[in-house]
Design a protein around this ligand. Structure first.
Ligand SMILES: Cc1cc2nc3c(=O)[nH]c(=O)nc-3n(C[C@H](O)[C@H](O)[C@H](O)COP(=O)(O)OP(=O)(O)OC[C@H]3O[C@@H](n4cnc5c(N)ncnc54)[C@H](O)[C@@H]3O)c2cc1C
Length: 536
């Protein structure tokens, strides 16, 4: 039977949709399939079943620098109704005594906030931000937006320039080492590490010392999609359909079909076979793609072994508490600092640097960590996410996936843990214990994995950033660069470079690789990092 599709993509996470949108615009007929009833994966916005009109973002919410991404511009997503909001008081860490460390979109205001804790640290933060701005612009951003370089080649290219050498020097440290070495104030140390740890996860890991200065220097701030995170998925799907693509949800995939040593389509659980003339791409994790969906004879044993051994983050899984409210959380600290009433991301329960160690140890032991959490009140910035006068708010906490050795322990523990988290929250925002809460819904790491099984172990970054799972070797050596050991099979999800989170860059980079392999002219302008790294 002739193939109706040039390509098939497994999963409709945002990376898969970005890949599909680029290839559809290039004239290819591409189908994406997903087990879930709605497309978007981590771009999920769900209406409460008990409180109609209250929308909850059950997975991603903070989309860092979304509007600056190349796909956001290329795919003209604003013409498809996508709109982002970037609140000025971007992140606030509220302390028990009512003080706060504030990260503003404006560096001067951030530095002024840190100066209230330590003038020396404020000066260090300014120096980092200024020194790392060109490193971010000329090295880190182009690297994230391109297929990764082989590590030896990367080092040689970076060593050519002053900026590259500085990056290599700082990266040789762990974020923890850099902060211990350069920041003196205990609260500022804790804040910088947490702010960074939300994304990079293992703060003890060498190779990531640059990530805090880079985050401070980056113009990409936390943003939210108006209408909820699913609005981005709707925009991407609209663009795909406008260019002849097809998105099928509620589909169970049984296997990837191989013909003549080439990925040639997929078979569904009901026996339907869908052929792909050019390629199959997977937005799923390596275990799903190479072990569950591919018969062993189609992959060399070394590749199966590496796929099976792909590792997930210990300190990434989240416990979520989502509230439908009759009024927004009113933080007591806003009495002295009125700006906190309009803070976007709020960090609570973090008071001291030493809490990091306690959090990591609790994860290693499978115990409840200290109640340190962060979240937002989306309706302060987008009233459409609740009925008139109503509000939604959420808090996330990093918790171990296997609680006391078993992930299913969360099913019994979830409600009680939600109550503990709410009590801690109400300690900062007393109106939450005075009738403002209409509904509280909890979600454990196991619930996350049940909804999105590619996030194995509840790891929302879809794979750890261990040294042998980054860049050219993500997800593993021999399957970097989005190509796999099976001809015609590609990867495009968060388990590839540059990794998880809503960046769309895994899909963006994969699009250039697939188009090149198929001999399709790219209508956009992918820039190979090699061409733009500074020379001196
Ligand atoms: C609670 C929570 C909060 C988060 N908050 C943020 C945040 O604020 N900012 C941020 O940037 N990131 C956040 N993330 C992480 C972010 O959601 C993920 O890193 C991102 O969604 C990964 O994108 P992806 O393209 O790899 O695929 P995903 O979004 O993971 O989507 C994968 C898709 O594949 C489908 N699928 C899985 N298995 C199969 C199968 N066998 N067959 C067919 N389809 C399948 C799934 O249904 C899903 O649609 C959060 C995640 C969670 C869980």
């Amino acid at each position: 039977m002739p193939a109706r599709h040039d390509g098939i993509i497994l999963g409709t996470g945002h990376n898969a949709l970005v890949l599909q949108a680029y290839l559809c615009r290039a004239g290819l007929r591409v189908l994406s399939v997903d087990r879930s009833a709605t497309p978007g994966g981590g771009l999920a916005t769900v209406e409460s079943s008990r409180c109609p009109g209250f929308l909850h973002n059950t997975h991603s919410f903070f989309h860092r620098g979304a509007t600056g991404m190349p796909w956001y511009r290329d795919l003209e997503l604003e013409a498809r109704g996508v709109r982002y909001v970037e609140p000025e008081l971007n992140v606030a860490m509220i302390l028990e005594d009512g003080r706060a460390v504030e990260w503003w979109t404006d560096l001067d205001r951030t530095v002024a906030s840190i100066a209230a804790f330590s003038r020396r640290d404020a000066a260090t933060v300014r120096r980092w931000a200024e020194e790392f701005r060109p490193i971010v612009e000329r090295i880190l951003v182009p690297e994230a937006r391109s297929a990764p370089l082989e590590p030896g080649r990367r080092r040689a290219l970076l060593e050519r320039s002053r900026l590259g050498r500085r990056l290599l020097d700082v990266a040789a440290l762990s974020p923890l080492e850099l902060v211990e070495r350069e920041i003196e104030n205990d609260v500022v140390r804790a804040g910088l590490l947490f702010f960074n740890g939300l994304r990079e996860v293992d703060l003890r890991q060498r190779g990531f010392g640059h990530s805090i200065p880079a985050l401070l220097a980056s113009p990409a701030k936390a943003q939210m999609a108006a209408g909820g995170s699913a609005a981005l998925a709707r925009g991407l799907v609209a663009d795909i359909e406008a260019h002849g693509g097809e998105v099928r949800c509620g589909v169970q995939v049984r296997s990837i079909v191989v013909r003549g040593e080439r990925a040639a389509g997929i078979e569904l659980a009901d026996g339907e076979v869908i052929a792909a003339a050019g390629f199959v791409a997977s937005g799923l994790n390596p275990q799903q793609t190479f072990i569950e969906l591919l018969a062993p004879e189609h992959l060399p044993p070394w590749a199966r072994e590496r796929a099976a051994g792909f590792r997930y983050n210990l300190v990434a899984p989240l416990f979520a508490l989502q509230l439908s409210l009759s009024e927004p959380p009113a933080y007591a600290a806003a009495g002295k600092h009125p700006e906190l009433a309009r803070a976007f991301m709020v960090i609570l329960g973090l008071e001291r640097f030493a809490q990091f160690d306690e959090i990591v140890r609790a994860h290693e032991a499978g115990e409840q960590p200290p109640l340190v959490a962060w979240g937002a009140t989306p309706t302060l910035f987008d009233p459409t996410q609740a009925p008139p006068g109503g509000h939604t708010a959420f808090l996330w906490q990093k918790v171990p996936y296997a609680l006391r050795g078993s992930a299913t322990a969360w099913d019994a523990e979830r409600e009680a843990h939600g109550r503990r988290l709410l009590a801690m929250w109400a300690g900062h925002a007393p109106n939450l214990s005075r009738g403002a809460v209409l509904e509280a819904v909890t979600q454990s790491p196991l619930d996350t994995e049940r909804t999105l099984p590619n996030m194995r172990g509840g790891d929302l970054l879809v794979g750890s950033f261990a040294g042998d799972q980054v860049g050219y070797h993500r997800p593993f050596a021999g399957a970097g660069e989005y190509r796999t050991p099976l001809c015609g099979l590609y990867l495009c999800g968060g388990s590839t470079h540059p990794g998880g989170n809503i960046t769309g860059l895994c899909g963006y980079n994969a699009a250039a690789v697939v188009a090149a392999d198929l001999g399709v002219k790219a209508w956009w302008s992918p820039v190979p990092v090699e061409n733009v790294l500074p020379c001196e």
